[in-house]
Design a binder for this molecule. Structure first.
Ligand code: SAM
Ligand code: DTB
Ligand code: SF4
Length: 316
């Protein structure tokens, strides 16, 4: 079966998918998933915060914003050797992808030079590279492309309508502009969002429809469940029902059939059974290791046991 890649998904169509009877939704998601991927393959990614905290942006969910008192200690950009030691350890632990995140609004050119060297060296280890550094100009995206960067992560986070309730220091259009620079530079786009920011079901459909209506689907779509961090503005956001979260993963899989759908932040608070449903719904990547950027994640031994129990295997 070949899957049709559509860029004209309406919000109503996406909302209708999310609301399908669960067996129908999962059947469609699995059929779509199997057309482009081996459903046993799960890509293991490792995250490293190469520059932590002290960020001037006011993203309501984030432990690293100076607008929040999360108790996080800010640090400077890590040295190359320390980053490479982490990348080697990630590779030895079975990861095939290494993602470096920096708590910047946008990188300064001197910092970008240093990140470009990190990208070159991480790739020499045989790892797929991804960075998330905030907003980029077109020339900056070009420099990352020249360094061989595989993916740039920049999330839309939520629907255009709910966005202003979450972030005020950069606009939705700023994000779309950065995504266009990344796309034009020839770097794969990693773009998704967060569920649990106090958004409505319509906003959830709106986020997915916006992603699927980008000129080209992001090759990688991280779906994060909000990590509720004490001291942040969204620390008390209402919790999300696990089945509702699975529905969003399934809809993402159906409307972006050839993309990697990454079950990203939030697994720490999910049962093994809920995560298993996410895999059945078409998620085919997780972050491995006990820490995401600043918040906890299940241990690798727990994850490996889960994959084994399900007959799944790390993607080479
Ligand atoms: N500072 C850069 C930026 O925001 O563009 C890059 C790093 S930022 C931490 C990367 C992404 O992590 C954010 O866009 C957001 O989607 C996600 N994220 C941050 N804090 C989160 C949280 N508490 N729960 C879930 N996802 C989160
Ligand atoms: C993404 O969408 N999720 C990852 C990655 N891209 C950089 C980050 C999750 C961060 C979770 C909160 C934290 O650990 O600070
Ligand atoms: Fe800064 Fe990124 Fe956190 Fe927003 S999500 S406050 S831009 S580190």
């Amino acid at each position: 079966m070949t899957v049709e890649v559509r860029h004209d998904w309406t919000r109503a169509e996406v909302a209708a998918l999310i609301a399908l009877p669960f067996p129908d939704l999962l059947f469609r998601a699995q059929t779509t998933h199997r057309a482009a991927f081996d459903p046993r393959d799960i890509q293991l990614s490792t995250l490293l915060s190469i520059k932590t905290g002290g960020c001037p942006e006011d993203c309501g969910y984030c432990s690293q914003s100076v607008h929040h008192e999360s108790g996080l200690k800010a640090s400077k950009l890590m040295a190359l050797d320390a980053v490479l030691a982490e990348a080697r350890a990630a590779k030895a632990a079975g990861a095939s992808r290494f993602c470096m995140g920096a708590a910047w609004r946008a990188p300064k050119d001197a910092d970008l030079d240093r990140v470009c060297v990190m990208v070159e060296e991480v790739r020499k280890l045989g790892l797929e590279s991804c960075v998330t550094l905030g907003m980029l100009t077109a020339p900056q995206a070009g420099r990352l492309a020249d360094a061989g960067l595989d993916y740039y992560n920049h999330n839309l986070d939520t629907s255009p309508e709910h966005y202003g309730a979450v972030i005020t220091t950069r606009t939705y259009q700023d994000r779309l502009d950065t995504l266009a620079h990344v796309r034009d530079a020839g770097i794969n786009v990693c773009c998704g969002g967060i569920i649990g920011l106090g958004e409505s079901e319509e906003d959830q459909a709106g986020l997915l429809a916006t992603l699927a209506c980008l000129p080209k689907h992001p090759e990688s779509v991280p779906i994060n469940l909000l990590m509720r961090v004490q001291g942040t503005r969204l620390a008390d956001a209402p919790p999300i029902d696990a089945i509702d979260f699975v529905r969003i993963i399934a809809a993402a899989r159906i409307i972006m059939p050839a993309s990697m759908v990454r079950l990203s932040a939030g697994r720490e608070s999910m049962s093994d059974e809920a995560q298993s449903l996410c895999f059945l719904a078409g998620a085919n990547s997780i972050f491995c290791g006990p820490k995401l950027l600043t918040t906890p994640n299940p241990t690798q031994s727990h994850d490996m046991r889960l994959l084994e129990r399900l007959g799944l295997r790390p993607m080479a």
